[in-house]
Design a protein around this ligand. Structure first.
Ligand code: PBG
Length: 326
């Protein structure tokens, strides 16, 4: 008899084929959603310096990106608009001729039902003060006045052709109001991806460049405190109650515990948003040669899946799909 442990977990790690068979979690193109930016009036794509490899699209280049996303078998594309003109109430968000609504129609015409078309539903890209809602006389974000604008925005996005609306402004009651507006207009077919547990995060930094945000101050009176996990679960449960078809945790990496808790608490699909700052950190370290870029990308996305995400929004969606197909 040889000495040594009887139980040897290493046995199942000994060949690539065994590891493939025993993997508990998978990463597939269909689980990945590509967030994209479209800039009003752009004649060519504009690079975003803090997000190497990501651009503000023209309407034309966005159509091409959507067609590529469809051919790669991605789970969807999430559109953000960058308007030329902003105002206090974010008029460009509700106008049928606003850049986001035009781009939604473009993309839908390009991909039909071959790719799920999602729209970020929030005012921050469209307001000159950069907040996610309209302000009251004291300059505070007015929850209920904002809900009325979200309802209008939802109808415009549904009309433009979005399959899924993603309210991301963290106003109380936003999912219920949007659901009611859609249903009253006969659009029971349009789904809601609620940004339920959305934290006031430093990791949104590069996104602010991506949408030319003019935000002064911060979003802490509506986005969540990073100290709170239970509250994230509560927000998700409230959104499910109000009719959310799926819920999201955002950011992903600093909130994997929240993601797991939300996954265990709800019975709808759960998404996670691998945000701009998470993208930028990996890209920056890789550019220095400090980490293996492709391995880091796949490990990041797999970890978010393992923590409980059914769907992952990531700026690497197209590239990851190509890496996975190799
Ligand atoms: C709000 C919104 C933000 C992001 C997605 N939707 C910014 C914010 O809330 O400050 C951030 C996405 C990212 O950082 O990649 N419309």
């Amino acid at each position: 008899m040889t000495e040594g442990p009887v139980v040897r977990p290493r046995r199942l790690r000994s060949t690539a084929a065994l590891r493939r068979t025993m993997a508990e979690t998978s990463l597939e193109a269909r689980q990945l959603v590509l967030p994209v930016f479209v800039r009003e009036g752009a004649s060519e794509p504009v690079p975003i310096s803090s997000m190497p490899g990501v651009v503000q699209h023209t309407r034309e280049s966005l159509r091409a990106a959507a067609a590529e996303a469809a051919s790669l078998g991605l789970g969807g594309i999430m559109l953000f608009g960058v308007p030329e003109h902003k105002d206090a109430v974010g008029s460009g968000a509700v106008a049928p001729g606003g850049i986001l609504n035009l781009a939604l129609a473009d993309v839908r015409a390009e991909v039909g039902d071959e790719l799920t078309v999602m729209a970020d539903l929030c005012l921050d890209e469209f307001t000159d003060h950069g907040h996610c809602g309209v302000l009251d006389a004291e300059g505070r974000v007015d929850n209920d006045a904002t809900l009325a604008v979200y309802a209008e925005m939802a109808l415009a996005q549904a009309q433009a052709g979005a399959h899924v609306l993603g309210p991301s402004g963290m106003m109380d009651g936003q999912v219920g109001v949007i659901r009611a507006a859609l249903d009253a207009a006969g659009r029971t077919d349009v789904a809601i991806l609620a940004y339920s547990a959305k934290y006031a995060s430093a990791f949104y930094g590069p996104f602010r460049e991506a949408v030319d945000s003019s935000l002064q101050g911060d979003r802490r009176t509506y986005q969540q405190d990073p100290a709170n996990a239970r509250e994230g679960v509560r927000e998700a449960l409230l959104d499910v109650e109000q009719g959310a078809d799926l819920v999201m945790v955002k950011p992903a990496l600093a909130y994997l515990d929240v993601l797991r808790q939300v996954r265990d608490a709800v019975d709808v699909p759960v998404a996670a948003y691998n945000i701009s700052g998470e993208y930028a950190m990996v890209e920056a370290a890789a550019a220095h040669g400090w980490i293996d870029r492709e391995a880091a990308i796949l490990e990041t996305l797999l970890s978010i899946r393992r923590a409980g995400a059914d769907v992952v929004l990531t700026y690497w969606a197209a590239e990851a799909a190509r890496l996975l197909a190799r």
